[in-house]
Design a binder for this molecule. Structure first.
Ligand code: SF4
Length: 323
């Protein structure tokens, strides 16, 4: 099959657009979609100047998504004096898994010449995920613990590093799956949080939010194309799956979406664009009702914003370390 842009050999066919693309045009297309998303989300504030640059912290796991995002950001903004890029990696303490992906992250940041910070669960919380899985004091799936710990580190370190934005490498499949999971559980509040946390007009929100605003510039690109980009560009991405991966429900949704996409190309794009509109409406309603401000106090242990006396992270850390 030939590339629809230049006639060279195609490396992929995107059923949702009908296009066959060669290596060069696939890579150009992925980069264009990321840059367009950054523009449309208003990620780069007009107030950023070479004398007063913005700091963007990128969550870098070493997997294909975060590696591709970090690579494109560094290629686009690496020499832009209005932006300081910092990569932040987290070591959960998973034997035979995270060391290799951290090596990939170190290689990438060295090649791109960007600052790289590494934080460990062991130093932060005095625990390792392998131990959490073994003790499991709350009878939960490993990812339920790990997600809480990771979110805490990302938010705290983004703030400590002076981040204006926290960027993560969620792709189109991730986001369409999350959207469907929230639809299926009827969780409007979660939709509102999704909008507040990752979408929408940044300039208005940055001043009022308690958390560093999040962005997901890779969310227009399907997972398969992200993987192909990493492979074609020979990026040092680590592809082994975590041995504790346990999100069974997400797996079911993933399978459902793949089947829908096969018979109705473009399903993931439609889900995400509809979801973003609904999430915005949910966020507006949430704010009009004053729900967001009334919910948060400070955690008695660590001072993090929480609706309880002790935040979820401190509760889980204590449960694990006292088990
Ligand atoms: Fe943590 Fe689950 Fe991701 Fe493994 S798959 S790193 S346990 S969130």
């Amino acid at each position: 099959m030939e590339c629809d842009k230049c006639g060279r050999e195609a490396v992929m066919h995107a059923a949702y657009s009908g296009l066959h693309l060669c290596k060069t045009h696939l890579c150009v297309s992925v980069e264009k979609r990321v840059r367009r998303r950054i523009r449309e989300d208003g990620l780069l504030s007009a107030a950023a100047t070479p004398d007063d640059p913005e700091t963007w912290v990128v969550g870098l796991s070493g997997g294909k998504d975060s590696v591709v995002l970090t690579h494109i950001l560094a290629e686009t903004f690496g020499k832009d004096p209005r932006i300081d890029l910092v990569a932040l990696s987290i070591h959960e303490g998973i034997e035979g898994y995270r060391d290799a992906s951290l090596d990939a992250s170190e290689e990438l940041t060295r090649e791109l010449d960007i600052r790289h910070e590494v934080v460990t669960y062991a130093e932060e919380f005095g625990l390792r995920m392998d131990q959490v899985v073994e003790d499991d004091p709350e009878g939960m799936a490993p990812c339920a613990y790990c997600g809480v710990f990771r979110r805490d580190i990302l938010e705290r370190y983004a703030a400590d590093l002076g981040a204006d934005k926290l960027l993560t490498g969620h792709n189109l499949d991730d986001e369409a799956q999350t959207a469907l999971m929230n639809f299926f559980s009827g969780d409007v509040k979660q939709m509102a949080k999704h909008f507040d946390a990752s979408l929408g007009p940044f300039p208005d929100r940055a001043e009022t939010d308690r958390f560093v605003p999040r962005a997901k510039p890779l969310r227009d690109v399907p997972e398969k194309e992200v993987a192909l980009y990493a492979h074609l560009m020979d990026l040092p991405a680590h592809i082994t799956e975590c041995p504790h991966a346990s999100e069974a429900y997400r797996g079911e949704i993933q399978q459902l979406l793949l089947e829908m996409e096969e018979s109705h190309p473009g399903t993931r794009h439609s889900i995400l664009s509809g979801y973003e509109e609904l999430a915005e409406l949910a966020a507006l309603r949430h704010r009009e009702n004053g729900d967001d401000d009334s919910e948060f106090g400070e955690c008695d242990r660590c001072g993090a914003p929480t609706a309880r006396d002790i935040c979820r992270k401190c509760y889980l850390v204590e449960a694990v370390t006292e088990a």
